[in-house]
Design a protein around this ligand. Structure first.
Ligand code: 4AD
Ligand code: MG
Length: 433
């Protein structure tokens, strides 16, 4: 239906006939001259109809079209210094494809501000704003780069079931569903399945996936449906091997996003490219750094949101970095499958970015006896994990992996809240649209 997007109209096309499709962004009537601004995915273009030069019927069509209607314009490209991008279309034909009701539920021009709920309730229209669309163009590029990079590095894309029989990260955060006559759950992570893949010999796998988490959080960094890059790799010496893959992947993703010049300029944002290797600090030294700032965290406890935020500031101040690993967490604070380093410490890590956790990972236990003992220790029933434990009894290599939150990475990249970077966020209050 179209020959060009608005952004492809350049002075090289002067006097040529083009076909454009899009939405009526604005309309102006100066009597003898009538203007339309047509908006499409790539930008805006002015359509100018002059009395005398255009037949009267078309002038009437322009008068009758409501804002946000969908139109097709056939017209000639003309240079015009006064037009927003120095170019305009003189229409030969305007077809009203589908008209929009008015008043509009949301002002697409952004002149009338709307609160987050109104915006999310009308997300289809919110996404017509170039600023909002830019977020999702960057999101797409970020995920594509992750896939492409991991493919280049020999990782095989897997697909784990999203309907599962038992918890993978501990029991509390599951959404139960009815599965014919049985109880089942939405998967909170591909954790057990990607580990089972390590017993297949495919060695290096990943998945871009959804986590369902029945967490009752109501914050700017938590959702109940999360997107992530989840990865597992075999034949590792220790968690350092996994961290090296993660840091390169994240740097590649950030680099790709920082190249989205058009979108970043629409958003008025700047992205700093991190340098490798990413700074590593242990959990113990993180606690020391926080104590220096009068933030006390008892050894063994998770670093809370306030602590995470403060740590982000300290890392910037002391080490001049926005991104950092926190390593060697207490064994107690990590899931049952995490490899112990000694009696108290685990071979685990988190990746922090501007004060928010964007990834967690570890080396895993590959010895079935130790694994069963850890399941028992966490008061979980080994019988529920039989399908998983079985894979460890017939030749399981040492392995490890991580989950990288895409929503978290993107929100931190663009300094937005998590709801802003998800098309249709699911939180405690929101189930539609
Ligand atoms: O830290 P999490 O829970 O770790 C796991 O799922 C492990 N199976 C990973 C592994 O391989 N060991 O989740 C991984 C990441 C978090 O760091 C965060 O970025 C994101 O997923 N995430 C959430 N993002 C937004 N809202 C939530 N409720 C999230 N839960 C996890
Ligand atoms: Mg975590």
């Amino acid at each position: 239906m179209r020959t060009h997007y608005s952004a492809n109209i350049t002075s090289k096309l002067e006097d040529e006939i083009v076909l454009l499709c899009g939405w009526v962004h604005e309309k102006r009537n100066l009597g003898k001259v009538k203007f339309l601004v047509l908006r499409d995915r790539e930008g805006f273009i002015q359509v100018t109809a002059k009395k005398g030069a255009t037949d009267d019927e078309m002038l009437e069509v322009i008068d009758s079209i409501s804002k946000e209607s969908v139109i097709q314009v056939k017209g000639r490209v003309k240079l015009n210094q006064k037009a927003p991008n120095g170019l305009e279309i003189n229409p030969e034909k305007i077809v009203l494809i589908n008209s929009s009701e008015s008043p509009l539920p949301l002002d697409v021009t952004g002149k009338v501000p709307a609160d987050t709920d109104t915006r999310l309730n009308n997300r289809f229209m919110d996404l017509r704003k170039p600023k909002i669309a830019s977020i999702f163009k960057i999101r797409s590029i970020l995920i594509n780069r992750a896939r492409e990079y991991l493919g280049e590095k020999g990782f095989i894309e897997m697909c784990s079931p999203k309907i599962i029989a038992s918890a993978s990260e501990g029991g509390t955060d599951l959404f139960p569903i009815s599965y014919f006559d049985r109880e089942a759950f939405l998967a909170q992570s591909p954790q057990l399945y990607k580990q089972m893949m390590m017993a297949t010999g495919l060695d290096k796998v990943y998945e871009t996936t959804t986590y369902f988490r029945a967490e009752e959080h109501d914050t700017r960094r938590h959702l109940n449906e999360v997107s992530a890059v989840d990865l597992e790799m075999a034949f590792i010496e220790d968690e350092e091997d996994v961290m090296r893959v993660l840091e390169k992947l994240v740097c590649e993703m950030i680099k790709e996003a920082s190249g989205c010049e058009k979108e970043l300029s629409i958003l008025d944002k700047k992205i700093n490219n991190p340098t490798l290797p990413i700074k590593r600090i242990t959990y113990d030294s993180a606690l020391d750094l926080l104590a220096e700032k009068n933030k006390k965290i008892t050894w063994g406890e998770d670093i809370d949101t306030e602590g995470e935020k403060l740590l982000g500031e300290v890392m910037q101040e002391k080490h001049n970095t926005e991104i950092y690993f926190i390593t060697k967490y207490p064994l107690e604070s990590k899931p049952f499958y995490t490899m112990p380093d000694d009696k108290k410490i685990s071979r685990s890590f988190d990746l922090g970015y501007k004060g928010v956790e964007i990834s967690s990972g570890s080396q895993r236990i590959h010895d079935p006896v130790l694994l069963k003992a850890r399941i028992n220790y966490h008061n979980l029933n080994p019988d529920n994990f039989e399908y998983y434990l079985k894979c460890f009894r017939y030749g399981m290599p040492p392995h490890g992996g991580f989950g990288l939150g895409i929503d978290r990475l993107l929100m931190q990249l663009l300094d937005l809240s998590i709801r802003e970077v998800v098309y249709f966020p699911r939180d405690r209050h929101r189930l539609t649209p």
